[in-house]
Design a protein around this ligand. Structure first.
Ligand SMILES: Cc1cc2nc3c(=O)[nH]c(=O)nc-3n(C[C@H](O)[C@H](O)[C@H](O)COP(=O)(O)O)c2cc1C
Length: 272
C-alpha cells in the first residue's frame, strides 16, 4: 500500500512538472510559424518548472494521496498518458546530432593473408569506431568498380594507379562536411600509400576539410600506418592531422576482440 502511495506521489509530481512546461508551450505557440521556437521555449520553461519543484511536490503529494485513497482508475489512466507525453518531450529535447564522421575505403574479395572476405578489413575497423563514437559514416566506393577481386590482379591495377597518379572517381555524394569537427579517415595501405581514390577525396574536399581534425587509420599486411598521417597533412595542409592507428588486416578478420581493444584505447587516448 505504501509503495503504491509513493508511486502515486512520484507520478503526480511528474504530471505537475510536465503540465507546467506544456502549458507554457501552449501559451507561447500563438503563431504556427513559430512552432519550432515554442518547442525550444517549452524545454527551457520545463527547466524553470523544475526549479519551482518543491512547491509542486508539496501540492502534488496531497493530490496523489487523495487519488490513492479513492483508487480512481480513470486518474491512473490520465497519469499514464501524461507520462507518455513526458517521454516524448524528453526525446525531443535530448536528441543530439554527432559532429564526428568516419570516411573509409575497403575492399572485399581476395585479400592478403585472409583469403576471400565478404567484409573488408578496414570496414571492420571503421564499424568499431562508429560503434564506439556514434559517428556518421561515408564509405568511399568507386564510381566504376573496375577493381579485380583477386589479390594479384588488384595489386597490378593499384600499382598502375599509383604510377599514373590516377584520381579515380568515387560514387555518391559526400555528406555536408561543415557539420563535422572531427573526421576519421581509413583505408588499406596500397603500395605503401593511401589508395589513389583517397587522394580524389582529399583534393575534392580540401576546402571543406580545412580547420577540421582528421584522424587517419590503416589496415595493412606489415607496413603499419605507412606515413598516412604525413601524406594526409600534405594533401590537406589546412586541416589538423591527429594521431593515427594501424591495424593488421589479419587481426581485423581473425582477432576482432584484440582489434576492438586497440581501437578503444586509441579512441580514449584521443578523448572519445
Ligand atoms: C593493391 C594492394 C596493395 C597492398 N600494399 C600493401 C603495402 O604496401 N603494405 C602492406 O602492409 N599491405 C599492403 N596490402 C595489404 C592490405 O593493406 C591489407 O590486406 C588490408 O588490410 C586490406 O584492407 P581492406 O580489406 O579494407 O581492403 C596491399 C593490398 C593490396 C590489395
Amino acid at each position: 500500500m505504501k509503495k503504491r502511495k509513493l508511486l502515486g506521489i512520484m507520478v503526480a509530481c511528474m504530471l505537475m512538472l510536465v503540465g507546467c512546461g506544456q502549458s507554457e508551450a501552449d501559451t507561447s505557440s500563438k503563431d504556427a510559424k513559430n512552432e519550432e521556437k515554442a518547442q525550444t521555449e517549452a524545454t527551457v520553461d520545463s527547466s524553470e518548472a523544475t526549479a519551482d519543484s518543491s512547491e509542486a511536490v508539496a501540492d502534488s503529494s496531497q493530490a496523489a494521496a487523495q487519488q490513492e485513497e479513492t483508487g480512481d482508475a480513470e486518474s491512473e489512466k490520465e497519469v499514464l498518458t501524461e507520462g507518455k507525453n513526458e517521454a516524448e518531450t524528453m526525446e525531443i529535447s535530448t536528441e543530439i546530432s554527432t559532429d564526428i564522421l568516419v570516411v573509409y575505403f575497403s575492399r572485399t574479395g581476395e585479400q592478403y593473408g585472409v583469403g576471400m572476405i565478404d567484409k573488408g578489413n578496414t570496414a571492420i575497423v571503421a564499424d568499431m569506431i562508429i560503434e564506439q563514437t556514434g559517428a556518421d559514416a561515408f564509405e568511399i566506393l568507386p564510381q566504376e568498380d573496375y577493381y579485380p577481386y583477386t589479390y594479384d590482379k588488384l595489386t597490378d591495377v593499384a600499382k598502375k594507379e599509383l604510377n599514373d597518379k590516377a584520381r579515380p572517381a568515387y560514387a555518391g555524394e559526400v555528406p555536408d562536411l561543415s557539420q563535422y569537427s572531427t573526421i576519421f579517415i581509413g583505408a588499406p595501405v596500397w603500395w605503401g600509400d593511401w589508395p589513389m581514390i583517397l587522394y580524389t577525396f582529399f583534393e575534392e574536399n580540401e576546402q571543406a576539410l580545412a580547420g577540421k581534425t582528421l584522424l587517419p587509420f590503416s589496415t595493412h599486411a606489415g607496413s603499419g600506418l605507412s606515413g598516412f598521417d604525413k601524406k594526409l597533412s600534405g594533401a590537406c595542409p589546412d586541416s589538423t592531422v591527429g594521431k593515427g592507428l594501424a591495424i593488421a588486416g589479419t587481426d581485423a578478420q581473425n582477432n576482432p576482440e584484440k582489434v576492438r581493444k586497440s581501437v578503444n584505447d586509441w579512441l580514449s587516448g584521443l578523448g572519445y
